[in-house]
Design a protein. Structure first.
Length: 250
């Protein structure tokens, strides 16, 4: 029998499999993204001390199966992991749902994802403590995109290197992964989104500070939200279902 492994994990998705079993998708610190089946998850309070539901923060114990895609989850405990308590506020649930869905969409099974776990854990913790906020959402997006290999640039023009202090207006061009000054944009045929100077400054700041600091930082405007959404649409293979729900509260 394969050895039992263990990791801190956050539940991204669940579905009931039978009367008592549950299939869960986890973002783990040690083992990347994992799909697993938890036999008896809905009944055994002994083995599943902390329930396996979306946002659950657990020490998960599992065994890999020789030919199966799903691992066998044998136990889930609280350990000393802080819970993400989002259920007291619908805005928190909306932003948390968006965060787990985006983390799921940007991560792959079998790929290293310790840093994605850390970003998601810090972000859900900040949502639980401080509530849903636009700056926190934007900082999460920028951090997670950077982890996934998309370092978006808001500090200088991607063509000439001019910084925002030396230009009056910028556009965001998804195919450039950052801002381009008005001068360099002339003649470019790529899709672009205009950004105000304050949004450029806010995104540059939010992309470079720890998530806890983002909570109290100025957020970028709707122009920036449109720019980030457009960029993500170019790299994701799916539409995020939680976006519309989120926009009703944020
Ligand atoms: Zn330029």
């Amino acid at each position: 029998m394969p050895a039992e492994e263990c990791s801190a994990a956050i539940v991204l998705r669940t579905r009931d499999y039978s009367e008592s079993d549950r299939i869960v998708t986890l973002l783990t610190l040690e083992a990347g993204k994992l799909g697993g089946i938890a036999k008896g998850a809905k009944q055994s309070r002994r083995r599943f001390e902390r329930k396996l539901e979306v946002f659950s923060h657990v020490m998960v114990y599992f065994r890999r199966r020789p030919h199966g895609e799903l691992v066998f989850i044998t136990k889930a405990e609280a350990g000393d992991l802080p819970p993400f308590d989002l259920t007291d506020d619908i805005g928190k649930i909306a932003l948390g749902s968006y965060m787990v869905e985006l983390a799921d969409a940007l991560s792959r099974e079998e790929a290293e994802s310790a840093q994605a776990y850390r970003i998601l854990a810090a972000s859900l913790g900040a949502v639980a403590r401080h509530g849903a906020g636009r700056a926190l959402r934007q900082a999460f997006e920028l951090n997670l995109l950077r982890w996934a290999g998309y370092q978006l640039e808001f500090r200088r023009c991607q063509v000439c290197g001019r910084s925002p202090e030396n230009a009056t207006s910028f556009v965001f061009i998804p195919s450039h992964g950052g801002i381009v000054c008005q001068h360099c944009r002339a003649g470019a045929s790529d899709t672009f989104i205009g950004l105000t100077a304050s949004s450029v400054a806010a995104l540059a700041h939010l992309g470079s500070v720890p998530l806890e600091e983002a909570v109290s930082a100025p957020s970028a405007g709707r122009d920036a939200e449109a720019a980030l959404a457009r960029f993500m649409a170019t790299i994701l293979d799916r539409r995020l279902r939680s976006v519309e729900f989120l926009h009703r509260f944020l």
